[in-house]
Structures are given as C-alpha cells and as structure tokens.
Design a protein around this ligand. Sequence first.
Ligand code: NAD
Ligand code: WQD
Length: 349
Amino acid sequence: MNILVTVVAGYIGSHTVIELLESGHRVVVIDNLSNSCEKSLERVEEITGKKVPFYQVDIRDREGLGKVMGSFLEETGQHFDCCIHFAGLKSPNESIRIPLAYYDNNINGTLVLLDVLRGYGCKNLIFSSSASVYGDPAVIPVTEECPKGQCTNPYGWTKSMLEQILMDMHTADPEYNIVLLRYFNPLGAHRSGLIGEDPNGIPNNLMPYITQVAVGRREELSVYGDDYDTPDGTGIRDYIHVVDLACGHVKALKAIEEKCGLAVYNLGTGRGYSVLEVVRAFEEANGLKVPYVIKPRRAGDVAVSYSDPSKAERELGFKAKYDIVDMCRDAWNWQRKNPDGLKCENAIR
Ligand code: NAD
Ligand code: WQD
C-alpha cells in the first residue's frame, strides 16, 4: 500500500516505518521535527537500507500538506491508500501548563490533515490513541468496551476528542475505514540500538528515567507512590515492546484493506507489571543497579491499568512477542549506545 505517515523521527513512528518498509509498503513521511530530529530518519534508512521520502511539514499547514499529496500524485499517478497518524504533542504534564498548544496542535492539526486527505481521496486512517482515554479504568483488564473515562489532563482529552471526531466522520461517511489503536505503555527500542526513546529534558515516563539513571545522567529514580492497592504498593501498567506496537500497525493495515469500517483495538500484552517489578527486571536483564527513592503519588496517576488484548489477537492476528526482559534489554542497549540520545539540535521545543 501507499502510506502517508505523519512522523518518522518520533519514538513509535520511527519503529513503525521500519516495519512498514520491511513488509513491502511504500512510505512517505512528514514531521515538523518539533520533538525529534532528522538523525532518527537517517538511522531508519541505515537499518532498512531504504531511502524514505521525507517532508518537513506541520500537520496544521494545509498548503504544505497539499504539496506533499500533490507531488505524490504527480510522481506516481496514485493516491495514498492510507494515512497512519502519529503526529502530536504527548506530555500529560506539559499539556496541563499549555492546554491551548495541545488542543491546537493535536486537534486542529488532525482536522486540517483529515480535510486535506479527504480532498485527495484518502479515506483510510490509523490513529495513535492511548489507554489514557479510559481514565481510571472501570474494568481490569481493560477491554475496548470499557467506557471511556474522565481524562486527567488536556493531552488525554485530545485523544478522547479525536476518537469521537473520527467516529463521527465514519458515521457521516461509512466509506471511511478508521482504526483507533489504543496503545498501553510502549518500552524498549529497535534491537540495533540505533533508534529508541529520546525525550527532551527530564523524562516523564518510567523507562527513559530508569535508563538515564543507569547511564549516570540522573542520580536516582523517584518511585511515585508505594501505597496503591497493589501487591507491592506501586502502580501497575501494561508495558509493550515498541517493535510489537509497530507490528500492530502493519496488522491494522490488513484490517483497512479488508474494509473494516470503524474498529477500535487495545495494543498491549495483557500482563501488568508494578514499578518495582520493572526496576528489578531492568536490573536483572542488564546486571545493573538502579537506585530509587519512594516519593508521594504523582497527580493524575491511576493505580492499575492493563489491557485485555484478545480482540486484537482475534481480529487482527496481533500478539505481542516480546516480554519485559526484552524491553529492558533493548531500552538499555539503546541508551548505552547513545548516552546523550541523538542530540537533536534542531528540536524546536
Ligand atoms: P514522539 O514525540 O516521539 O513523536 C511524535 C512526533 O510528532 C514527533 O516526531 C514530533 O516532531 C511530531 N509532531 C508533533 N506535532 C506535529 C505537528 N504539528 N506536525 C508534524 N509533526 C508533529 O511521540 P511518540 O511516543 O512516538 O508518540 C507517537 C503518537 O503516539 C503520539 O500521537 C502519542 O500521543 C501517541 N501515544 C504515545 C504513547 C507513549 O507512551 N509514547 C502512548 C499512547 C499514545
Ligand atoms: C508508569 C508508572 C508512574 C516515572 C503516560 C501517559 C499516557 C501515555 C503513556 C501517551 C506509573 C511510575 C513513572 C517515574 C515512576 N502516553 N513512574 N517514576 O503514567 O502510565 O502513562 O505515558 O499517551 O498518556 O500518562 O506512564 O511511564 O509515566 O508511568 O514511579 O519517574 O511508573 O507513577 O505508575 P503512564 P509512565
């Protein structure tokens, strides 16, 4: 298929582009590089041995998007068959401080993108949604039927609202095929260690914090809360290897090809790990110590969230292959080979 991917340089996008190319798809990518850099694209090309057509375009830039789609049509005589839409701002904490930037970037950006895609006849879309749409999940393990909940930050609301917008579009025009993928917690990196999670500034997420402690960039991990109603008192999440997550997108493309209409899938492993279990798994997998201190709970965190992944297995044939040891090993392999990340001088945020 001809696929337009909004982002190549980001964490999940870069891993997905590799899987798409390796599955024989033709890929064109756009990114405004606000949270990533071209070095990551170069590394994707190194891993795959393929050149990836890249345009530095913001998804809010109607004219820029039109040029990308127009040039593709002119060069190939074909339209894009599907758009995989990752582009967005993703920090829950930051979104509390600058909500308008989040609503503008994520919601306005997606509206512009959808409109331009429609103008070029592309009615197939895979959207990066998030387990955060469940809020504090009403059911554990979380099935797709679990009611969406109260999000605890504007970032989560952008995902929840965009899901609704996409559902409304499908209702208005059933020719649309839209897959909403609700990611649980991606971890790890490509086994080459050439690409991985590369946050700007202080990491919000657990694993990049752990790897930065292990590599000596930070003194100790803060474990946010040991008084949850869980066996060891720390929060439980469903961590999924980023390469498994990437493969989930290739499976979702098959659903699009089979004209799935509107479909919603959790992408997780179905297994929850506590914060302290992740720390121990990391230490054992890599023969390292990760000093930590217990701190108060982090505002907005839920105690337990892990998926029921059976719908994706049943309908897409998707099942995560990697376990927590693989995730910890690959995350560390990336960090130790790139102790300072990719040093993206062009990152504008
Ligand atoms: P990331 O920040 O690494 O990648 C996002 C990319 O989007 C970056 O390359 C950034 O430059 C680009 N971007 C942002 N705004 C843009 C715009 N207006 N125009 C063009 N490009 C723009 O994040 P990621 O972790 O790879 O996440 C990818 C998607 O998955 C996001 O939509 C995120 O919300 C979603 N998601 C992530 C997680 C997670 O834990 N990482 C979980 C659930 C959902
Ligand atoms: C995991 C666990 C923390 C950091 C967030 C977003 C969500 C999604 C994924 C995009 C929790 C604990 C963490 C640290 C810690 N992103 N923790 N010390 O909170 O499940 O989800 O990322 O869609 O929207 O909210 O992931 O990795 O931040 O935290 O103790 O320094 O680790 O309290 O229990 P979370 P996380």
